[in-house]
Design a protein around this ligand. Structure first.
Ligand code: TEU
Length: 546
């Protein structure tokens, strides 16, 4: 049964998780074989990024058939087995539904491009304007968002790669077809869905140039978005009680997220927003280098924690996913204080209110990839960036890619110290990170105080302590710089969390009447009133008078 605030989701990027049969890419059987590991960690759901039939231009986010499993990942039988075996371990499988667009290989698009008017209306085809593109909108992967089809003398819209054509959600047949896809997987026993860029599905009535030059304001959280989500809820997963949903929301706002996730709205359970992961963007641009803004991230945590809760919505709690650099390299220290900072960052995130997500390898403290040449990169967005900016030197671009590329999260899961990190017996599709010799599952399981067991503890505490799950969040300001402190209160319980985001000692206000619940410096006693580098302390109090 779902209990949003008490449960934890683990994200798997199957291509990089585990190959059961000695191939370059991971597979479904590989996930099934590692269920014991996930069960030991204690997660309740596994979200698997898309494994449907796909040309893999965007690693599966370009779906060619929602009813077929890509042979690179295995078969339908493998999926059935995974669902069954996971269920035996009380783990639900969540699928990743890419409904904003399909691959241009999808049969709908293939019919559309042949000029079949019925299927052209599944997508967004527009006439040229003044002999050129219909609007000035930019693709999120660089360049124009319009692709010209000569024999039709029309353009089609693609907010992502040109092989990812945007669907026309105004067409009722499109919506019905997508609902049928969900029904199919629900009947198979899928227990949840992650909806890819779902707040981009409601496009405007009139297509015109956008003043900001990228088009985002024209389709983000569009006018019929709530209607479409409610309809999908009512027609499909809303008929079940135990399905967990999360919507990936691009550049959204708090007010929208409250409505998306308030149970009364009957839309989604949780949403990913990315504001806290843009605090190291210069002028809102991903491809830039800037030390992260600590005050800004604290401010964002405070605002989202408080307002979403007041509005009856639910936050998704996450630092990492397959599109983001590794958190330890980004906000922690992947060298000297690696273990301390991994645990501190996990503490700061998991004690907040919402539903936590762990991305594969995060529990080991896996770091950024450390690639130095373009040949090592695989991601379409990174490769486009490299080639589309001749004005920058290669050295500059390499520095930026090293910090920002999505491939930082996509290196193979590090299972042991063997040549390919235990991911496969064959050379993986993307290189294994060089630190696999000391950062790997085998080592983490063998070490009593590893980051793995720390994450395990966080998952358990959430189940044990109602205050960690349901408590009201309250930030404690006026701390020393780089100290994040907050309280959670629920009935007669209080949690007091202090986290040092810096590599130097910092003061915090010690509270005598509280007991220490958790600390990241393991057995070494903490100093009252003083936090060591990247130290995190969680204190607890239960009081009849509270
Ligand atoms: O990502 C949505 C998205 O907006 C991304 O462009 C994200 O902001 C970007 O990767 C940051 O650099 C989703 C998926 O998570 C991503 O993997 C897909 O490529 C994308 O949708 C298209 O389906």
């Amino acid at each position: 049964m779902k209990d949003i605030f008490k449960q934890c989701i683990y994200q798997i990027y199957p291509k990089s998780f585990y190959s059961s049969c000695g191939k370059a890419t991971g597979d479904i059987k590989g996930i099934t074989q590692k269920l014991d590991y996930l069960s030991l960690l204690g997660v309740d759901y596994i979200w698997i990024t898309p494994i449907f039939l796909s040309p893999q231009n965007d690693n599966g986010y370009d779906v060619a058939d929602y009813y077929q499993i890509d042979p690179a990942y295995g078969t339908m039988q493998d999926v059935d087995e995974l669902i069954q075996k996971a269920k035996e371990k009380q783990i639900g499988i969540m699928f990743d539904m890419v409904f904003n667009h399909t691959s241009t290989n999808h049969v709908w698009f293939q019919k559309a491009i042949q000029g079949d008017p019925e299927y052209m209306d599944y997508y967004i085809f527009k006439d040229p304007v003044d002999g050129g593109e219909p609007t000035n909108w930019q693709s999120k992967f660089g360049g124009s968002s319009w692709e010209y089809v000569e024999h039709l003398d029309k353009y089609y819209l693609h907010l992502f790669d040109k092989t990812q054509a945007d669907l026309n959600w105004k067409n009722e047949n499109v919506r019905k077809a997508l609902h049928a896809v969900l029904d199919f997987w629900l009947e198979k026993g899928i227990k949840g869905f992650r909806f890819d860029v779902i707040n981009l599905i409601s496009k405007p009535d009139v297509y015109r140039n956008d003043d900001f030059g990228d088009g985002k304001s024209m389709y983000t959280d569009g006018k019929r978005i709530h209607e479409f989500l409610k309809e999908m809820h009512e027609e499909t997963f809303g008929k079940y009680e135990d399905i967990v949903t999360v919507g990936e929301m691009s550049a959204t706002s708090i007010d929208y997220c409250i409505q998306y996730t308030n149970p009364q709205s009957h839309e989604l359970d949780t949403v990913f927003n990315f504001h806290h992961l843009k605090v190291d963007y210069q002028d809102n641009q991903k491809w830039s280098l800037k030390p992260y803004d600590f005050d800004m991230i604290m401010q964002l945590f405070e605002t989202w924690q408080t307002r979403i809760d007041q509005g009856g919505g639910v936050n998704a709690l996450f630092w990492c996913n397959h599109d983001q650099p590794r958190v330890v390299s980004r906000f922690g220290d992947d060298q000297i204080y690696r273990e301390e900072s991994v645990k501190m960052l996990a503490t700061a995130m998991h004690f907040m209110k919402g539903m936590p997500y762990i991305y594969q390898g995060e529990e080991l403290g896996m770091s950024n990839a450390g690639f130095t040449t373009i040949e090592e990169y695989r991601d379409v967005e990174s490769i486009n960036y490299f080639h589309m900016h001749p004005e920058l030197s290669d050295t500059e671009k390499y520095k930026i890619l090293k910090a920002k590329s999505r491939d930082n999260a996509r290196t193979p899961m590090q299972w042991d110290a063997s040549i390919y990190g235990g991911f496969s017996t064959a050379k993986p599709w993307i290189d294994v990170c060089k630190n696999k010799n000391y950062i790997n599952v085998e080592k983490a399981i063998a070490k009593k105080d590893s980051t793995f067991y720390y994450y395990q503890k966080l998952i358990q505490l959430r189940k044990e302590y109602d205050v960690m799950a349901y408590g009201t969040y309250h930030i404690l300001k006026n701390q020393e710089n780089m100290v994040y402190a907050y309280e959670r209160t629920y009935e007669n319980e209080v949690l007091y969390v202090v986290c040092n985001f810096s590599a130097e000692s910092r003061l915090y206000e010690h509270r005598e009447e509280y007991a220490l619940l958790l600390g990241n410096y393991n057995s070494i006693a903490y100093k009252k009133g003083m936090l060591r580098p990247y130290e995190a302390l969680v204190f607890y109090r239960k009081d009849d008078e509270l």
